[in-house]
Write a protein that binds this ligand. Sequence first.
Ligand code: ADP
Length: 400
Amino acid sequence: MKILVINAGSSSLKYQLINMEDESVIAKGNCDRIGIDGHIKHTTFDGRTVDTDCKFPTHTEAFEKLVEVLTTGDASVLSSMSEISAVGHRIVQGAEIFNKTTLVTDEVIQQIDDLSELAPVHNHPHALALRACKKVIPETTPQVAVFDTAFHQTMPEKAYMFGMPYECYEKFHVRKYGFHGTSHRFVTQALADAMGRDIKDLKIVSCHLGNGSSITAVEGGKSIDTSMGFTPLDGVIMGTRSGCVDASAVTFVASKLGLSPSEMSDYLNKRSGFLGISGISSDNRDITAAANDGDRRAQLVGEMLRYEIKKYIGSYAAIMNGLDAVLFTGGIGENSDDLRADVCRNMEYLGIKMNEKVNEGMRGKLCKISAPDSKVEVWVVPTNEELLIARDTKELVENM
Ligand code: ADP
């Protein structure tokens, strides 16, 4: 069985074609600059490539090109699109409507589009891509939606409500939704498998640290709290996002700078975080290099990030009455050994003791990095959201 996984943004269409027999990637790539001009970069499992400019006025032309490179030319991997059993789409916001992976119908596409108010950057482009995909892919090929928020729908009311007037929830659906659910679900299950334990018996803090970061308390395989909130702005400091700030600081700065609500949103989402504090870059590698060169504000970014992650681990240990494991994933979590060591230092009271030697230099590999006598296991677990989307899609279509 072959599954095509799609992750669509407003101007891009990232894809992976996965062979479910051995879960290997047959081809992957990105249709970029949709609505601007257009470019496709495509690579096959055996190293054949397409890297060319195109015309992508809309997502439909991007899908048409994708079908063309998959089925014709030197880097083709299919004789026809009917070889694909299903298409799985990553969808950011499913709100309270979608608490699990769902077969796509016209009504589902409309519901995803209607949720755009809650996720303007993501959901409308997802709906555009779903409609374009329907036009281009054979009608008999099922499409499946996998939601970033679905995993967090198990959070209790006390965790997801904000202390604002109840009408904010009733009228405007303002509450914590949480994001990166696909990643947290994938890595916590992979961790349980690696530990040889049933996930139902585990209390895990899952730290997904990348450009966007979120930390989740997973008890018995269920998300019970997470650091991102109503949008992916909340939680720890991120590349260009502020993370948690006192809401009064937001209204205060907006009035001082004369910013409209949408300008203020840009200020917090695109000009804050690592970039805003350091004035150098949103990329952790640049920040680390500048910090090592003695730049005080870059050092401060690193200190803030480590401090905030530590606080989440402590608070989630408190709500779960203990911990069995802490895991690190995402570009920073998988690669930054010094951040992992700093976060886990002086946590003996919680039962966390690192194996600094194993941790050092460990990048992007499934690996236990805690000491043999550590009560709480600490792991690096590489994430693979595309694979989870493909697995979910396979399971759903097989049970149709
Ligand atoms: P996204 O959230 O966009 O998926 P990623 O998970 O790819 O992002 O993470 C990107 C972040 O990971 C960047 O800040 C980048 O600097 C950081 N990163 C990638 N490789 C390394 C590395 N070797 N050491 C430290 N940080 C890294």
